[in-house]
Design a protein around this ligand. Structure first.
Ligand SMILES: *[C@@H]1O[C@H](CO)[C@@H](O)[C@H](O)[C@H]1NC(C)=O
Ligand SMILES: *[C@@H]1O[C@H](CO)[C@@H](O)[C@H](O)[C@H]1NC(C)=O
Ligand SMILES: *[C@@H]1O[C@H](CO)[C@@H](O)[C@H](O)[C@H]1NC(C)=O
Ligand SMILES: *[C@@H]1O[C@H](CO)[C@@H](O)[C@H](O)[C@H]1NC(C)=O
Ligand SMILES: *[C@@H]1O[C@H](CO)[C@@H](O)[C@H](O)[C@H]1NC(C)=O
Ligand SMILES: *[C@@H]1O[C@H](CO)[C@@H](O)[C@H](O)[C@H]1NC(C)=O
Length: 660
């Protein structure tokens, strides 16, 4: 029978095609299918994606449907999935505090790593059980939206499924993976765990990310079109994803790999492989051009870099300034204002006679004393502050001369007299921040409100961002603390006391210095400085984190007795933000004088960024520019916030948390 022959020939051909395709599908990750519903049985595929990628650890992406009321803001989703609010906000082009509409799919960047036994890729999160109705299945499917499976939860938690109780902390292994060598060869650099919605097809899912259907199928070892609602499917990505497009057709279809092209006319294979060759040649040519451009650029850049130090006029000998500013603290008796220092200082600063200062300060009377060796002075009706310092302070003078920022206290002049240097600064009417946060506690006088606190944090971050990124050479304050943050009449911050500040050379890796002379303020100094004398801008980031924590909590950087039971504020925030009942713990942490008149979500974001700033490992701390960006977002959200809203909301919140 002819018909039979044709059919069997077609079948044979199909089989051949199929066999040829198999190598392509190999060593990817099998689709979880519907096996995740069958909690009683363990399948290999439900335990996780196999560790078969090129890298043992990589950046990967999860998707999560916004689930009000609990998990619908970047901070709350980051908390659930152990990601970072600012990264979520960035990946989705949304604000990092505003609620996300229900059911909107959000991209969540996470680090994906091979688990302890090296078998499965996963990203660890932790979840503490909140109600007696929760099961491994409900946590996997409902809370974590199928990003994990009941089988994987059971495999990695020691608790019997019938013995789950409220408060138990579960390790939640979230499904993720790193690309295999095949995928990388095809140009895919990231994998995204996508949550399938009702009625979606593989083609549609691929379309959302500009990936063709076949690549998605290959990534999941799928041979049919059958996928299930509310399961996870792996989508390979060429680039980091921007927010999920709702439109199905990708903006510019990427070059499809050969297997993907099944042209409707049926003569698919030969023409598509030709196409592939052409594409390959084109890509090769483009690469060559790109490499050429890069090489040119690199050479040019190198030249510019090596020219730089010559080209930029350096006003003051940096090394001199650096050495002196760091050493001045212990050179108490042998002082000398270096001639260089005087020369440059004289250019722009007023040089006062000692008698002028005496007149202006009532001979440094007690009534003019502000604090320590700082006095108020009145020069022809203008108020200023005069600080008396011993020894050579040319370092501070030179630094303050070179930098100029509205939130840095301005040095207007100085006087050298009998071994002391008198520095004359602009006057900050409201004194130092620590007085506002720590001293007025028990008087019923005015305290700083939420908006003022956010403004201060923002101003200080602005200063650090300026010092670390916009001065040449860059500067490190090295002694940022609440006592050195002064407040003007509008409660805008003025950062002061640059006595320990350092200029960092602008050599190639000029962001790193070592010292054996560790000085600073306890509670604000990061571990790497205390232990090894490492000086980097991250040192100021740490101190900023502590200042933010003081602004939030009203507590001091160090609590408890001098020697025993010393409590570092930088350490206590970790407990507040970790584990369960974060809401209640954070409320308790906040300064009681704020009387709940603050937007909780913003406070949470502030606490999060502060926590990152005070990370023990300096590499885990964000760079100054990132802190500044986050704080500017919080700052602008705060400007829109109306305190009268908060009463109702806080009432609602405490009610909601009672129900848990
Ligand atoms: C899981 O995989 C192992 C080999 O890796 C195999 O021996 C075992 O039978 C598989 N189990 C199931 C349930 O498929
Ligand atoms: C894998 O690791 C190498 C270096 O070890 C890195 O250059 C590359 O970007 C990594 N690939 C992925 C996908 O993370
Ligand atoms: C991000 O959102 C802003 C407005 O919310 C818009 O102007 C901008 O174009 C968006 N960027 C991207 C890459 O979508
Ligand atoms: C996740 O947790 C498991 C079990 O504790 C551990 O073996 C694994 O190394 C962890 N992975 C990461 C990336 O921390
Ligand atoms: C959160 O993820 C990081 C890796 O990104 C991991 O080291 C850490 O252990 C995770 N935290 C929890 C609570 O699992
Ligand atoms: C899994 O969770 C989703 C969302 O909560 C729900 O729609 C679905 O019915 C759940 N699946 C099962 C089998 O309960």
């Amino acid at each position: 029978m002819d018909e039979n022959k044709v059919v069997s020939a077609t079948l044979f051909l199909l089989l051949l095609l199929f066999c040829f395709r198999i190598p392509q599908a190999q060593s990817q990750q099998p689709y979880v299918n519907n096996k995740q519903l069958d909690c009683e049985n363990n399948y290999n595929v439900t335990d996780g994606y196999v560790c078969n990628g090129v890298n043992k650890s990589c950046l990967s992406y999860l998707t999560f449907k916004s689930a009000p009321p609990k998990y619908n803001t970047p901070p709350s989703i980051a908390f659930l999935l152990n990601s970072t609010a600012s990264l979520i906000a960035e990946a989705n082009n949304i604000s990092d505090v505003d609620p996300i509409p229900a059911d909107k799919l959000v991209i969540v960047p996470v680090t994906c790593s091979c688990s302890g036994n090296g078998k499965y890729y996963q990203h660890n999160a932790s979840y503490s059980l909140k109600s007696k109705d929760e099961t491994y299945f409900s946590v996997a499917n409902n809370t974590y939206e199928a990003l994990t499976t009941c089988q994987a939860l059971m495999a990695q938690n020691p608790y019997d499924m019938r013995k789950l109780v409220v408060g138990l902390d579960l390790l939640v292994p979230l499904r993720c993976a790193c690309p295999t060598s095949k995928q990388m060869a095809a140009g895919f650099n990231y994998l995204l765990s996508y949550l399938v919605s009702e009625g979606e097809s593989i083609e549609e899912i691929g379309g959302k990310f500009g990936v063709d259907e076949q690549s998605v199928k290959d990534a999941n070892e799928l041979t049919s079109d059958l996928i299930f609602y509310f399961t996870n499917i792996m989508v390979p990505l060429r680039n980091q994803p921007s927010k999920i497009q709702n439109a199905v057709p990708p903006p510019s279809p990427p070059p499809p790999p050969p297997a993907a092209v099944v042209s409707p006319s049926g003569d698919g294979d030969s023409s598509s492989s030709k196409k592939w060759v052409i594409v390959g040649v084109a890509v090769g040519a483009a690469l060559l051009v790109l490499i050429g451009v890069l090489v040119l650029f690199f050479c040019f850049y190198r030249r510019r870099r090596s020219e730089l130090p010559v080209a930029t006029p350096v006003l003051v000998s940096d090394t001199g300034a650096t050495k002196k500013s760091s050493d001045f603290a212990n050179t108490t008796d042998s002082w000398s204002l270096s001639s260089e220092g005087v020369r440059y200082a004289i250019d722009s600063l007023t040089v006062y006679k000692f008698e002028e200062l005496q007149n202006a300060t009532n001979s440094f009377s007690e009534s003019n004393k502000i604090k320590g060796s700082v006095y108020t002075a009145s020069f022809k009706g203008d108020t200023a502050a005069v600080k008396i310092l011993k020894g050579d302070v040319s370092g501070e003078i030179n630094i303050l001369k070179r930098i100029n920022h509205t939130n840095i206290i301005r040095l207007s002049g100085f006087c050298v007299y009998k071994g002391n240097t008198y520095l004359v600064y602009e006057f900050a009417e409201n004194g130092s921040l620590d007085n506002w946060l720590h001293s007025n506690k028990y008087e019923n006088s005015t305290t700083l409100n939420w908006k003022q606190r956010v403004q201060i944090a923002y101003d200080v971050a602005d200063v650090l961002n300026y010092l670390h990124n916009y001065t040449n050479p860059i500067h490190i304050h090295k002694n940022l603390n609440c006592g050195n943050v002064l407040l003007d009449s509008n409660f805008r911050a003025k950062v002061s006391n640059f006595g320990l500040a350092r200029a960092m050379g602008n050599e190639e890796e000029g962001e790193f210095q070592l010292t054996r002379h560790v000085i600073g303020t306890k509670g604000y100094m990061p571990p790497e400085y205390l232990e090894n004398g490492v000086i980097t801008p991250k040192m100021d980031v740490f101190a900023l984190g502590v200042v933010i924590l003081e602004l939030l909590s009203g507590r001091e950087a160090i609590a408890g007795d001098k020697n025993e039971n010393e409590q570092l504020l930088s350490a206590s925030v970790v407990e507040v933000l970790l584990g369960d009942n974060v809401r209640e713990k954070l409320r308790a942490f906040m300064d009681p004088t704020l009387r709940n008149e603050y937007p909780f979500d913003l406070a949470y974001s502030m606490a999060q960024i502060a926590k990152r700033c005070v990370a023990r490992d300096l590499n885990s701390r964000p760079v100054t520019a990132d802190v500044f960006i986050t704080l500017s977002k919080i700052h602008s959200s705060t400007l829109d916030w109306d305190p009268s809203d908060e009463y109702e909301r806080s009432g609602f919140v405490s009610q909601a948390s009672m129900e848990r």
